[in-house]
Design a protein around this ligand. Structure first.
Ligand code: PEP
Ligand code: MG
Length: 755
């Protein structure tokens, strides 16, 4: 508890400080006045302010009482002396006999030997120590707890002056090492893969509305219309950018443009303005209402859409207050990691994407519009990083590790070095893999392996030709559905699928029908009340129960592939009867197109995913009905081992390189070969070279992996001797081991398999 006496001292002192800080003069002059004021008010003979400089050095910047020659000359390293100790531990010290303290470091130039007592507090802003504020007395004074608190309050005010960049250059305030403030590793969720290294840029779009009451509502309505028109034309300009030509992020912006014409929203703002508020106050009021509603809404999708309104409202506020931030965002650092509570898709475009190395969000989900846009721009994103804005300061070094859903703030040198190394290694490897692009994926003895790519966005198609993949082994059609606010109609889908086939330029594309549910939420159907969504109403179960959606999608696919080959794959099939039912719907659509006299695909290949173990026990009934099977190892692992694929606690518990899993693969491969049915693996397992090697050993000859994995897997394939691997792998399958990983790695090393 602060006594009322101490409170009034501090209030009086704060009042005076405020006057000095707001007054004229240079920052140094103001600081000089501040230390004099504090010394007088706290009845101390000395008051000194040390400021942290580059290299973790505390420099005496102002003093009342110590020798003036020592200002800007006396320097202490963090942890050196009492001042350094206060900075190192970010905690106050109050000592009646300071000289008796083991950390006391005597600096003769200051003349401080006559002062016995010392009280010092760190000057902190955010979680960063920016300096130390000290008072000293000749006598052995026992400083009270209240006095420590007063000094801490004063230090808080001073922090603003120190952080302003007027005393020392702002870049100096960025610590080189993690001494002044601890490095942090924060967990989040991967929203887009990749790793980025840069300095933090905080995105805080909040605008304070000062003019609340309007003179003339008509003028305000006019201002509102003008601001809206300006935003619409900004969006139009965005549409002309080359990266906006195609893709789902274009849909996102189109949806966004629709919001600018949303009658309900505009009416609510209009009503607020007519009650006498200014245009900006009206927008603010509706924004506040929206936020309040947002907090009550559990549905993730709706929350995301409401967030788009929030983005738009912020933009309107900026426009109305004449604070078009674009100018200030021009000084974006060369390598920036954008940190935000959440950010709208349009706001992201305010930042130069060439300088954005990552995006860290307190909120966000894989279906966020911003995540979709970031994916298109190839920016790593980590979402749901709790309270990150409270723990980070502008210009803090940050590593945004989208691959592992983690963020390092003020990373220690060794971590930073290893990321830099990994990034440059990645670049070197990329160049090596690019050299492999036109070489075939054949093993040493000449066995051909089909290496395809997984895709889900139109933008992914560019990697098809860059990577030299044989085709698209899995096109996840649900992603475009997730980017829209409503179900795309047949024409929109036809257009999209046609573009995909056009861009594939004759390479095979396997379209998987809608696979939503589980972790892929769509607004139109997904119930949010299931205890086990992964085992719930998802995927083919939804589309068989809502055949109209399946029919529309199949119709669009048939039309898009007219005159070409169409490969359709059904997900999550658990029993042959489901496949029969799905195929029947396809047959109805084929017949319908034929009746309408529309051209059909030249060839139609029908396949199923094998993700539910039960299907593996029905292969004799299934295989005569399909042209191909693709094993979805992500869901398969989940169901074979009864292990939630999204639960990090058990993520490493079982190894897919275990006898059970490999035996499963081998059994399915043998059967498919006997029936002449193509078999591939399209889950994440296939993308890891050691796992891919094992799958080939188990008899699989076709893999579909993410684009960046094509190079590494091809390198492995081209150095592999399948003839040596097969018998070795077979000999391992009856072992009782938890994992065969180390043995397989040993094989790879002994046989010169390169990864
Ligand atoms: C799988 O389950 O392995 C798969 C490829 O499908 P998804 O990851 O889209 O569920
Ligand atoms: Mg799956």
């Amino acid at each position: 508890m602060v006594s009322s006496g101490a409170t009034s001292v501090s209030r009086r002192l704060l009042g005076r400080l405020r006057d000095v800080m707001a007054g004229g003069g240079t920052a140094q002059e103001r600081l000089d006045k501040v230390v004099t004021l504090i010394a007088r008010d706290m009845v101390a003979e000395v008051c000194s302010c040390y400021v942290m400089r580059a290299g973790e050095v505390l420099e005496l910047f102002a003093t009342e009482g110590l020798k003036s020659e020592s200002v800007h000359r006396t320097r202490l390293r963090v942890a050196e002396g009492l001042v350094g100790d206060i900075a190192a531990h970010a905690r106050p010290l109050a000592l009646a006999d300071a000289q008796a303290h083991p950390h006391f470091a005597y600096r003769p130039e200051t003349g401080e030997e006559v002062y016995h007592s010392l009280m010092g507090v760190p000057i902190i802003r955010g979680s960063r120590v920016l300096g130390v504020l000290v008072v000293q007395n000749r006598t052995m004074r026992h400083y009270t707890e209240e006095e420590v608190e007063t000094l801490e309050t004063v230090a808080m005010v001073l922090a603003e002056l120190v952080a302003s960049g007027d005393l020392v250059d702002r870049s100096e305030l960025v610590p080189v090492d993690g001494n002044a403030v601890l490095p942090l590793r924060l967990e989040g969720v991967r929203l887009n893969g990749g790793v980025g290294l840069g300095v933090a840029v905080l995105h805080r779009p909040r605008i304070v509305v000062r003019r609340l009451v309007a003179e003339d509502p008509d003028i305000e309505m006019e201002r509102l219309q003008r601001a809206l028109a300006a935003i619409k034309s900004q969006i139009d300009v965005l549409f002309t950018r080359p990266e906006m030509r195609d893709g789902e992020h274009r849909d996102v912006l189109e949806t966004y443009r629709m919001f600018t014409e949303d009658k309900g929203w505009l009416n609510r703002i209009g009503e607020a303005v007519r009650t006498g508020l200014t245009a900006e106050a009206g927008v603010q009021k509706v924004l506040d209402d929206t936020r309040a509603r947002m907090n009550l809404i559990a549905d993730a999708y709706l929350r995301e859409r409401l967030h788009d309104f929030e983005d738009l409202a912020n933009r309107l506020l900026q426009q109305l207050s004449g604070d078009d931030e674009e100018g200030s965002r021009d000084d974006l650092p060369e390598a920036a990691i954008l940190v935000a509570r959440n950010i709208g898709p349009m706001e992201l475009f305010d930042y130069d994407p060439r300088r954005l190395r990552g995006l860290v969000l307190e909120e966000g989900s894989t279906t966020s519009h911003v995540a979709i846009v970031a994916r298109a721009l190839d920016i790593p994103v980590v979402g749901r990083v709790k309270d990150v804005l409270d723990m980070i300061e502008s210009l803090d070094p940050v590593i945004c590790d989208g691959d592992n859903g983690q963020v390092f703030i003020r990373p220690p040198e060794d971590i930073r070095d290893s990321v830099v190394e990994a990034l440059s290694e990645r670049q070197i490897r990329r160049a090596v893999y690019a050299g492999l692009r036109d070489l075939p994926a054949v093993t040493r003895e000449g066995i051909q392996i089909t290496l395809s790519m997984n895709a889900g966005l139109l933008l992914d198609l560019q990697h098809l030709h860059e990577s030299g993949a044989d085709g698209i082994g899995l096109y996840r059609t649900e992603l475009p559905f997730m980017a829209r606010s409503a179900l795309p109609d047949v024409d929109a889908q036809t257009l999209l699928y046609r573009k995909i086939l056009d861009q594939a330029e004759g390479k095979r594309v396997v379209f998987r029908t809608l696979d939503v549910g589980g972790d892929k939420v769509l607004p139109y159907w997904n119930p949010s009340d299931e205890d086990n969504p992964a085992l719930g109403w998802r995927s083919i179960r939804i589309t068989l129960d809502r055949p109209a959606v399946m029919r529309q999608q199949l119709r669009a696919l048939l039309r898009a592939a007219a005159g070409r080959e169409l490969s359709v794959m059904f997900p999550m099939i658990a029993e042959v009867a489901e496949l029969v039912q799905a195929r029947h719907i396809l047959d109805i659509e084929i017949a319908r197109e034929r009746t309408l006299g529309r051209p059909l695909p030249e060839r139609i290949r029908v396949g199923t995913m094998l993700e539910v173990p039960a299907l593996a026990f029905q292969l004799d009934a299934l295989l005569p009905l399909v042209d191909f099977v693709s094993i979805g190892s992500n869901d398969l692992t989940q169901f074979l081992f009864a292990i939630d694929r999204g639960n990090p606690r058990i993520a490493e518990r079982y190894d897919p390189l275990s006898p059970g899993m490999i035996r499963f693969m081998q059994t399915v491969a043998t059967k498919c070969r006997a029936y002449g049915v193509d078999l591939s693996v399209c889950g994440e397992m296939a993308a890891r070279p050691l796992e891919a090697m094992t799958l080939i050993g188990a008899g699989i000859r076709s893999l579909s992996v993410t684009a960046p994995a094509i190079g590494p897997v091809k390198t492995m394939v081209r150095s592999l001797d399948v003839g040596a691997l097969e018998p070795y792998l077979f000999s391992l399958l009856d072992l009782r081991d938890h994992s065969l990983r180390s043995r397989l790695r040993g094989f790879a090393t002994d046989h010169g398999v390169s990864f």
